[in-house]
Design a protein around this ligand. Structure first.
Ligand code: ATP
Ligand code: MG
Length: 445
């Protein structure tokens, strides 16, 4: 392979008219992207084509001049609407010829499967190979894959069924594709942030982005925002150890810049971070939820081993329920309303005391679409966290009451009902996290 240009940029073309309907999603390209990134091959574009020779030929022609590798998935079946082989052959100007070995294998497979009668002649289409192509055997299906070297580019045809495509591509990534790549994979880290909006994070990090671009190992950054939680993805392309070092340094810069809004740099989700803090500190939690309907508890219990710290949780929708199950005074509900800071605090205290836990959480709000008022519009959510921790000696069901603290915040979230719930659950978990971090550092002196 000496002198051959390494494969650096790739385009993916998923073929299949069903992928253009609302009922079928192209998942192959996600897998292909993941695998190519392991080799440091960037996917610069992807397309979905219907089973239409002209359309597909147009797409192939368009991407061919722009990348080193074109990966096509699907359309290798035996029927007339399987057009990938023909389209590729016509664009590359390669004649198609039947490969008798493939035909033999196809016939044998047909017999082995116990299909009635001889193999239909139409299936021989799957044995048609563009001149010069390398045939890649398909252990799980009939259509073989095809590897075509075209000048210094590669065009790869893979079968559409994911269970056939995946093992075939994995083998190529271990073998032929690795041999043609630079050996500099894309390494990624994810930094997770709570309680800031995307543009604030972006603004704060802008000077770092500029610095990272000019480094010997440049670092690329992307921000993804989803309902009150933000993810910063940083990636570098280099031999893994060097990329890892560069990314560790970058992550440390992000943490130094953003501070304690960063809750995870190692892939953990917020519920896992909160769970780990509770375990570390030997604490237990009780949760009282109104508008989130159990979502905070549900997320906490997504973490295996949550029984070590979750004592109990209640969903208290009606005012009666808040009074009966948590002891929230009726007078408080009448005076301030169910969505208020005094009520949220009383819920947090009520569940903490009843659970004999050290941490209590109360969530009350208006998820909408109705139920809002001018002072308390839809999206108003009040969250309280109440703790009762013996400082320097955290332990369960302690009789001594020292080191307790209570925080309460009123949030105004935007969006649909379920988005309000999701944001509220993020905020609640993050308030618990912050409270526990304070306890961890300051409370023991
Ligand atoms: P076959 O010989 O089975 O016809 P093929 O290479 O022609 O193989 P297709 O007919 O395009 O493949 O697809 C076969 C199956 O694989 C279909 O069920 C299809 O939904 C699924 N499939 C095809 N392409 C994709 C894709 N990009 N993502 C997910 N599934 C896919
Ligand atoms: Mg098909």
């Amino acid at each position: 392979m000496a002198g051959v240009k390494p494969l650096e940029r790739a385009a993916i073309v998923a073929v299949g008219s069903e992928l253009l309907t609302p009922s079928k999603i192209d998942t192959n390209s996600l897998f292909i992207t993941e695998q190519l990134n392991l080799l440091g091959i960037d996917v610069t574009s992807k397309a979905v084509s219907g089973d239409d020779r002209t359309e597909l030929a147009h797409i192939i022609r368009h991407v061919l001049g722009r990348v080193d590798l074109v990966v096509l998935s699907g359309g290798l079946g035996p029927t007339d609407d399987d057009v990938t082989r023909e389209a590729v052959a016509s664009v590359l100007g390669l004649p198609l010829a039947e490969d008798p070995d493939i035909t033999t294998r196809l016939r044998a497979r047909f017999v082995a499967r116990g299909y009635p009668g001889p193999m239909p002649e139409i299936n021989r289409r799957q044995a048609m190979v563009p001149a010069g192509a390398r045939v890649i055997e398909n252990a799980r299906g009939s259509a073989p894959g095809l590897w075509i070297d075209h000048e210094d580019r590669v065009v790869l045809l893979l079968p559409g069924p994911p269970r056939e495509l995946r093992p075939m591509l994995t083998e190529l990534v271990e073998g032929s594709l690795r041999a043609r790549s630079e050996g500099k994979p894309v390494v990624r880290r994810v930094v997770r942030v709570a309680g800031l909006i995307e543009s604030h994070v972006d603004e704060a990090l802008a000077p770092l982005y500029r610095e990272w671009e000019r480094q010997p190992i440049p670092i690329a950054a992307t921000i993804l925002a989803a309902f009150g939680s933000i993810e910063l993805h940083v990636s570098a392309k280099a031999v893994p150890a060097r990329a890892g070092e560069a990314l560790d340094a970058a992550v440390a810069q992000v943490v130094a810049t953003l501070g304690d809004v960063v809750y995870s740099t190692d892939g953990r989700l917020l519920e896992k971070v909160v769970g780990d803090l509770l375990v570390e500190r030997g604490l237990h939690i009780g949760i009282a939820e109104s508008c989130t309907g159990g979502l905070v508890t549900s997320r906490l219990t997504d973490v295996p081993g949550s029984s070590r710290y979750l004592d109990r949780a209640v969903v208290v929708y009606a005012n009666d329920a808040k009074t009966e199950l948590l002891g929230v005074p009726e007078a408080l509900l009448i005076e301030h309303g169910a969505v208020s800071e005094p009520v949220a605090l009383a819920m947090a205290d009520g569940i903490r005391i009843r659970a004999r836990a050290e941490v209590g959480v109360g969530v009350t709000g208006i998820a909408g679409p109705s139920g809002g008022s001018p002072e308390k519009p839809v999206g108003t959510v009040v969250i309280a966290v109440s703790t009762d921790v013996v400082s320097g000696f955290p332990g369960r069901r302690s009789a001594k009451r020292e080191g307790g603290s209570r925080t309460v915040r009123t949030f105004r979230f935007h969006g649909e009902r379920e988005h309000v719930k999701l944001q509220a659950s993020n905020a609640a978990l993050d308030m618990v996290r912050r409270q526990l971090m304070e306890k961890g550092s300051g409370g023991r002196g």
